[in-house]
Design a protein around this ligand. Structure first.
Ligand code: XBP
Ligand code: MG
Length: 258
């Protein structure tokens, strides 16, 4: 196992409900659109990956009062304002990192395991999140960060993972991906990467039967991870030796996706 590839939204931090959703709503107010995405509706809209794509889907499925030929342009404007609002929210400390994420990043960094990011979110959102991390210079720990701008087609398409593998010059079989959603899992698996899933409130009922293992979160001292499926968790936390053992099991199983 040479590299760990992290998803961002829902995996590094619970950014969707209290970050992206609020930012979309702020943009709707600023543009006087009269739209409001509550927690439940946003959960449904998350089936469409990519904020701009999500906006277009919302306009189409709700038959909003915007001429079809103006929708692309409006989605771009909303998305630009939303991205600025999201950065402000992050800087105001709206989001905390998920349990065990910093612990595992520190462990991998100390042991020289390559770290990378594969996300469908806008690059600016990744940068501002990493700036808010509890350690300085966290962005420099990642050998590569591939975001929305690096891949035209969003997850579940494997493009963003293939982009990361190409930049790392590694085969998928040398990596483990950490994801929170079915779309993310499908993307990583289609790129030949064994994948650990850490679920969250928006994704816990999705189909993760293709995952290496499924856990509530990575776990931390005093707040153990709960095992939900796939290969068993040996202790309270997902640490590097655990990932190495899972990876070895996946290799031994000669999984056709690897
Ligand atoms: C999650 C997404 C993104 C975010 C919003 O990406 O699908 O669209 O919800 O960000 P991932 P943008 O889980 O791969 O990190 O508005 O910038 O698209
Ligand atoms: Mg995600």
């Amino acid at each position: 196992m040479r590299a760990l590839i992290f998803d961002v939204d829902g995996t590094l931090a619970d950014t969707e409900r209290d970050g992206h959703r609020i930012a979309f709503n702020e943009a709707f107010v600023e543009l006087g659109l009269g739209w409001d995405w509550d927690v439940a509706l946003y959960g449904e809209l998350l089936a469409v990956t990519g904020g701009r794509e999500r906006l277009l889907h919302f306009m189409q499925s709700n038959d909003v009062d915007v001429p079809i030929e103006q929708r692309e342009e409006l989605a771009k404007s909303v998305h630009r304002i939303k991205t600025e609002a999201y950065a402000r929210l992050m800087r105001d400390g709206a989001i905390v990192w998920r349990p065990g994420v910093m612990r595992l990043l520190e462990e991998a960094h100390a042991r020289g395991v390559t770290l990378a990011i594969a996300t469908t979110t806008t690059r600016a959102n990744v940068d501002v999140l990493l700036e808010q991390a509890p350690v300085d210079g966290l962005a420099s720990w990642f050998a590569t960060i591939a975001a929305a701008e690096d891949c035209a087609i969003k997850k579940p398409d494997p493009g963003v993972y293939r982009c990361v593998l190409e930049r790392l010059a590694l085969p998928g079989s040398a990596c483990i991906a950490i994801e929170d959603s079915q779309a993310g899992l499908e993307a990583a698996r289609a790129a030949g990467i064994a994948t650990l899933v850490t679920v969250n409130d928006y994704t816990s009922t999705q189909d993760f039967s293709n995952a290496l293992s499924i856990v509530s979160d990575l776990g931390d001292r005093g707040s153990p991870s709960r095992h939900l499926g796939g290969l068993p968790l040996d202790g309270d936390c997902v640490d590097l030796p655990q990932l190495e053992r899972w990876h070895a099991r996946a290799m031994a199983a000669a999984d056709p996706a690897l």
